[in-house]
Ligand binder design. Structure first.
Ligand SMILES: Cc1ncc(COP(=O)(O)O)c(C=O)c1O
Length: 381
């Protein structure tokens, strides 16, 4: 099947670009000399994980126990669930460990640590738990100096059915940076916070084997990773327009696009309507914060994925995407029924609307527009 034959809107994954992105990150992390635990929350796909996980490094990161279950079902056992666990999910976590998962959980709460310690746990083994550190994002996590940190570590280290596994932090505030120097500074803040927390714990006599950091911007621009044992970038696999704005991936490295059909012309208003709206593209407007505001996505040639100069999705309704441009639109090149591809602002949100990737390979002959595979993904919770 060719791209032209796909019903739209459809999610397109260019395997050649994905493979280059994963290879580049593997090399970058090898050069840094730490472990790579890619975050699969963007791709949620075992086929993508196969490219992202370097055999030497092993494990992955997920953001839901549903993802953990999906990846375990596809043979990946070494999994860190990098969202604070709640007591109501401990039975589910124990069941995954009983089924063979080497599952790591995180918490930033002394009460939850006590609930984990009081839980009967998995049949064999124990819950492995990391303390989440707030290194400046102010989302979840305890600050490295907090009393709660030692309380959490001490409770877990003393529990019969739990192990204290280390510290984990995520510098999501790297996304507010606009220069490489600023991203490098946040990466250093992240490293220093995680290492400070690990040293306090070790100083209290509790082993702290894992020091886990990393967003895509921090891993790309970190200058020093002393004390860090692993990093967890995720969105680099696909890239998106926001990442392009930050400089972590180029526009022609973005591996995901949405195939859409032109469904109407508004010539008097200089508008073209496509059948990809807020649901198909997401309503994430991340690039509004950048110099180059891409609206709800950049409109590209359907065959080559080359941006059509100046064209972007300026507004969306549920199923309508309204395309405008810097000048008069090329209506004759975009007749009703023709196809375009749209590059997403924030690929994690866009991909979440689809159950599967239509995989093409732009390095293959014939223009690389043949759909060579369908790769599933796991959605929901
Ligand atoms: C805890 C955690 N670790 C790692 C990541 C991966 O960061 P990025 O999406 O920048 O690659 C995220 C992303 O939200 C995260 O929440």
């Amino acid at each position: 099947m060719d791209l032209d034959d796909l019903p739209t809107p459809a999610l397109i994954l260019d395997r050649a670009r994905l493979a280059r992105n994963t290879q580049a990150m593997t090399e970058r992390v090898k050069a840094l000399g730490v472990g790579l635990r890619p975050h699969m929350k963007t791709a949620k796909s075992a086929d993508v994980a196969g490219l992202a996980v370097d055999g030497n490094f092993g494990g992955i990161t997920v953001s839901t126990l549903n993802e953990a279950e999906y990846f375990l079902g596809h043979g990946i056992t070494d999994i860190t669930n990098a969202v604070c666990i709640v007591p109501a999910k401990l039975d589910q976590a124990a069941a995954l460990i009983d089924r063979g998962a080497d599952l790591k959980l995180i918490t930033d709460n002394a009460g939850v640590a006590k609930a984990i310690a009081a839980h009967p746990g998995p049949r064999d083994g124990a819950f492995k738990v990391l303390a989440e550190i707030d290194c400046g994002e102010h989302r979840t996590g305890v600050v490295p100096e907090s009393a709660d940190l030692l309380d959490i570590a001490g409770t877990l280290a003393a529990a019969a059915k739990a192990e204290f596994a280390g510290v984990l932090t995520h510098a999501g505030h790297s996304y507010a940076c606009r220069t490489e120097d600023d991203m490098a500074a946040v990466a250093e803040e992240e490293r220093a916070g995680a290492v400070r927390a690990a040293e306090r714990i070790a100083g209290a006599g509790i082993p702290c084997p894992t020091v886990s950091t990393g967003s895509t911007p921090c891993v790309m621009f970190a200058r020093d990773v002393t004390g860090v044992t692993e990093v967890r970038p995720g969105v680099y696999m696909f890239g998106d327009l926001f990442q392009a704005g930050l400089g972590t991936r180029a526009i022609d490295e973005i591996a995901i696009s949405v195939l859409a059909t032109v469904m109407a012309h508004g010539r008097d208003r200089n508008q073209v309507y496509i059948d990809a709206g807020g649901l198909a593209l997401s309503k994430d407007r991340a690039t509004a914060a950048l110099d180059d505001d891409c609206g709800y996505g950049l409109v590209c040639d359907a065959q080559t994925a080359e941006p059509i100069p100046g064209l972007r999705v300026a507004s969306v309704h549920q199923e309508h995407g309204q395309v405008t441009g810097d000048g008069p639109l090329p209506f004759d090149d975009l007749p009703v029924g023709s196809k375009v591809r749209v590059l997403p602002n924030h690929v994690c949100m866009t991909a979440a609307a689809y159950d599967a990737y239509n995989v093409i390979d732009s390095d293959e002959g014939g223009g690389g527009t043949e759909v060579i595979a369908t790769w599933g993904r796991c959605n929901g919770w």
